[in-house]
Design a protein around this ligand. Structure first.
Ligand code: HEM
Length: 435
């Protein structure tokens, strides 16, 4: 009989290295809901069961902000993702309106230009899809938040952001407290040092006339300090590019591994481009839905978010003893609503492990939206639904449409790998640039 610490450590190592294989194994043994004993999180309930998910969504005694333990240590206690209750609702109102689709279109043309120029600058041969989309998405979110910066200032802010992010090459430092030593000789100390530099730049540039300064002013009016506003902008910078870049590296890797789907998507992208140039705007993206797609460009993105969600689970903590179906959670226990497991539910998604963008196109596959809301949640749900979703979906469609102007192919079908709190294709998804 193995002791509990041994089981926890063994599960923890698998969870850090290859969470998808561990989830596949547990789901094959136990179905859509099971307990998994993990370091830090404890014996948590993991679920992709639509009925349990529906019960979790509006449960008054489950909190989300308190569940964000690892990120809290770098983002502090005052940013949207770590707040709960009224403070969360007030902050959300300030942040979400800045990322609506009508606001996001301010960077449509820039996104096309950035994608084309980065792709054309790639040398012939292999390239990492993640690196390409990471570079594009970071430039775009920086411009979106700080539209008035000179090129030199933008470059400085970009390198401060990259230095900060580079401190987390391994996720271990995020989760293992004893490694969090605030000294320049240790990775954690270097991360905090880079964060302080980045905060200084954010503060300086937020005194100008840009979207970040608007967010600062709105937060100040709602009673936040400069320090909290700075942490919020830092959070938006981090989440505003890395998640979408990871998702795009999956979309392009999956397309490249399915040449016939890639061809159909390329045709649809060309039709889109013709329609858009005739109305002089990318208007069809205004209503990008999460539950049905108008063509293969949108369908491929939804299907990749389903099959390879980059955020594989959410975190909720019980505030008192609660019952969820046959499970009881004690105060302080975690439940992890799990996209990875939910999105592979064969009862909802026939042939769930295959990449089938056509399942999202209403004329071809008629799915019930109500059924899907508790089965498909790449951006989370209810009052914690990702406020960046309209921005991300719009960006992904424009980036995909632009990169489809060029020819590329798959090197191999990539395995999923953890990168910080995200799951990305191994080596970032290697693609080959074709003439
Ligand atoms: C493909 C891209 C993205 C994915 C897959 C994604 C996914 C998620 C998920 C799963 C959550 C957690 C929801 C929950 O706990 O229920 C979340 C929250 C959040 N996301 Fe995103 N996100 C993406 C892009 C973005 C972008 C572009 C931004 C900002 C510009 C952003 C900002 C945030 C913030 C601030 C939160 C915290 C919301 C809250 O706690 O109320 N995300 N996102």
């Amino acid at each position: 009989m193995l002791t509990r610490p041994f089981v926890q450590i063994s599960n923890g190592l698998k969870w850090m290295k290859d969470p998808c294989s561990l989830l596949d194994l547990m789901a094959a043994r136990h179905g859509l809901a099971f307990r998994l004993d993990l370091p830090i999180l404890g014996n948590c309930l993991i679920t992709g069961d639509p009925d349990l998910l529906a019960a979790i969504k509006n449960h008054p005694n489950l909190e989300a902000g308190k569940g964000i333990r690892a990120l809290r240590r770098i983002l502090g206690d005052g940013s949207l993702i770590t707040l709960d209750g009224e403070a969360h609702a007030t902050r959300r109102e300030i942040i979400a309106k800045h990322f609506r689709a009508d606001q996001s279109q301010a960077v449509d043309a820039l996104t096309v230009d950035v994608m084309r120029s980065l792709y054309e600058d790639l040398p012939d041969g292999d390239f990492s899809a993640y690196s390409l989309f990471h570079e594009a998405s970071l430039l775009v979110i920086l411009r979106f938040l700080f539209e008035d910066l000179t090129l030199k200032e933008l470059e400085d802010l970009r390198s401060d952001t990259l230095l900060f992010l580079s401190a987390f090459s391994s996720a271990v430092v995020l989760f293992v407290r004893p490694l969090q030593i605030d000294h320049i000789l240790f990775p954690w100390g270097r991360a905090l040092n880079h964060r302080r530099n980045l905060e200084k730049s954010i503060l300086k540039f937020s005194r100008r006339q840009n979207r970040a300064s608007q967010i600062f002013a709105e937060m100040e009016e709602a009673g936040s300090t400069n320090e909290t506003a700075c942490a919020e902008i830092l959070t938006l910078l981090m989440f505003g590019h890395d998640t979408a870049a990871a998702a795009m590296s999956w979309t392009t890797s999956l397309l490249a591994c399915h040449p016939e789907v890639l061809e159909k998507t390329r045709e649809d992208a060309a039709i889109r481009k013709r329609k858009q140039s005739s109305v002089q705007q990318i208007s069809s993206l205004q209503s990008a839905s999460l539950y049905s797609a108008e063509d293969f460009v949108h369908g491929s993105i939804l299907e990749s978010l389903r099959l390879r969600p980059v955020v594989i689970h959410l975190s909720r903590v019980a505030q008192e003893r609660i019952e969820l179906g046959e499970y009881a959670l004690l105060p302080g226990e975690f439940v992890l609503p799990c996209q990875y497991v939910a999105h592979r539910n064969e009862n909802i998604f026939k042939d769930a492990t295959s990449f089938l963008p056509q399942r999202w196109i209403p004329d071809i596959a008629k799915q019930e939206e109500t059924k899907l809301t508790s089965a498909f949640f790449p951006f989370g749900f209810t009052d914690r639904l990702c406020p960046g979703m309209p921005f991300a979906l719009r960006q992904m469609q424009i980036q995909l449409q632009t990169v489809l102007e060029y020819s590329w192919a798959a090197k191999k079908d990539p395995e999923p790998r953890r990168q910080m709190v995200l799951v990305v294709p191994e080596s970032g998804g290697t693609l080959v640039k074709l003439k």
